[in-house]
Write a protein that binds this ligand. Structure first.
Ligand SMILES: [Zn+2]
Length: 492
């Protein structure tokens, strides 16, 4: 069931103590963790550049009892790379200034020979010239018996040379800023980057993440921040997707017509207080009249699932022992439409581990944002408070009222429930490392992470049987007291 980990005598002794401590604190039998839990932390290149490799690793080991690194090796987003987001308070370590010229890209060296089959190949991050994060960190981490994973995600900028041919196309026919899973060059790109990492560096594994959903979920605004989604900008309707649709016998004209009608209904819902037959009936009627809407949603999802499978196969064909896993988007906790599409059982054949996002602090404002969005589209027959109550029932956790939610966040009980659900879904064949949030930026007057939150969330994840935790999203935004709280959770 588990891959047995090789540990030094020292680390084994330390872990025996930690496990005994956690077991005693949480009152669960010690044999629940025959193997020491993976305490992983997400960290970007900028932290090693700013603070030095050895001091950062010292801190991770001493303060957080970390034994694994998820190194942000590729992204064009500030969620996992770069320093604190400008406008948010800088944490009490690292350079005390914002990286306003953040660009992103590949923070390891890019080996050109692997990128033959994609026009997107000039991906070297210009942020830290001459600094290869993997070459710099791996030797030091290995000497400390810390596992190293490449952590890369599906976030791009549209001004990159060679990306044009890979971009998705919106319902309205415009190029999007996202890349299309049914485009062979996109699959070639992810496989090239994977091959580059696995062949060029002695990493222990990889984790890839795609915080995106299909056109139906986006059209109805079923995500945090969803109220700002323009339903005419849903994707993808490129020629590769149309070709895929033809091979499945899906009528593309009917799909486009269905999504155009859906966009009109969403716009009407956001403007109206009442529809003659109500909102849910109107949406359901449209789905029945245009089954192509959900067929296209599945087509999009299948492309994303193929990407997981292709990355997994690419990595395993080169070095079967590498651990391959996925970052599962927070929307899995909010939208039942999205949750339905993340069937844990589907992940089993191509996953060694899942980092399921269970960010309980920022989860408060994010859940409120989701609720406020869908209560103006498909669930507009209900008040936002009623939608929240319904969401708790459907998703099987119960937290505070809508008025308190953004300020209070979600509790450790939510982490515990979601951990149990993931473990049950995986049937014990895939490791579950719940993602715990430490100082992910939230709005003014919204929930901020405190040490107690971290202690309780880490304990809840392990108490529920999680195989570890992932401290998220990036060290460069974490305050030290909160980082220390992760270590404290294991000690007391
Ligand atoms: Zn496409």
């Amino acid at each position: 069931m588990y891959t047995y980990r090789v540990m030094t005598e020292l680390s084994r002794r330390e872990f025996a103590k930690l496990i005994a401590a956690v077991g005693a604190a949480a009152r669960f039998p010690q044999q629940a963790h025959a193997v020491a839990p993976t305490i992983a932390i997400q960290v970007g290149a900028v932290s090693f550049v700013d603070e030095g490799v050895a001091p950062v690793l010292d801190r991770f080991q001493q303060d957080a009892a970390a034994n694994a690194l998820l190194i942000a090796t590729f992204s064009y987003g500030r969620g996992i790379a770069g320093r604190q987001i400008p406008g948010q308070p800088l944490p009490d370590h690292g350079k005390q200034e914002y990286d306003v010229n953040f660009h992103g890209g590949n923070y390891a060296h890019t080996h050109e020979q692997y990128y033959r089959d994609t026009s997107l190949k000039e991906i070297q991050a210009p942020d830290h010239p001459g600094f290869d994060v993997l070459a710099s960190v791996l030797p030091e981490a290995k000497s400390r018996h810390m596992k190293c994973f490449c952590w890369y995600e599906d976030v791009f900028r549209s001004d990159l040379k060679g990306i044009e041919r890979l971009l998705e196309v919106t319902l309205s026919g415009r190029k999007a800023g996202t890349i299309c899973f049914h485009n062979p060059e996109v699959q070639a790109f992810w496989q090239a980057l994977t091959e580059d990492y696995i062949r060029s560096y002695p990493v222990d594994g990889i984790m890839w993440g795609s915080e995106r959903q299909g056109p139906f979920g986006n059209a109805i605004g079923a995500a945090h921040g969803g109220s700002g989604h323009d339903p005419l900008l849903v994707t993808c309707f490129c020629n590769f997707c149309k070709q895929e649709a033809r091979s499945r016998g899906i009528d593309q004209q009917r799909a486009i017509e269905g999504y155009t009608n859906l966009a009109a209904l969403v716009r009407e819902s956001r403007a109206a207080t009442r529809l003659t037959d109500g909102f849910l009936v109107s949406y359901w009627r449209l789905l029945v009249k245009y089954p192509e809407i959900l067929a296209w949603e599945k087509l999009w999802n299948d492309g994303q699932q193929n990407t997981y499978r292709n990355i997994y196969n690419a990595a395993k064909s080169i070095r079967p022992e590498v651990e391959v896993g996925w970052h599962i988007w927070h929307n899995n906790s909010f939208s039942p439409f999205y949750r339905a599409e993340q069937d844990y059982a589907d992940f089993r054949p191509y996953s060694d581990f899942l980092k399921v996002v269970m960010y309980n602090n920022c989860g408060g404002p994010r859940l409120a944002s989701y609720v406020n969005s869908v209560s103006r589209t498909i669930l507009a027959d209900f008040s936002p408070e009623e939608v929240l109550g319904m969401t708790y029932k459907i998703q099987n956790y119960k937290e505070t009222s809508l008025s308190e939610l953004p300020r209070k966040g979600l509790s450790a009980n939510y982490v515990e429930r979601e951990t149990r659900r993931a473990l049950a879904g995986m049937g014990g064949t895939v490791k579950i490392w719940p993602g715990i949030d430490i100082d992910i930026p939230t709005g003014h007057d919204e929930k901020k992470t405190e040490p107690r939150d971290v202690r309780e969330a880490v304990r809840a994840a392990l108490h529920a049987g999680g195989d570890g935790v992932v401290l998220s999203r990036k060290y460069s935004e974490m305050r030290l007291a909160n980082l220390r709280a992760a270590g404290e959770a294991l000690q007391t």
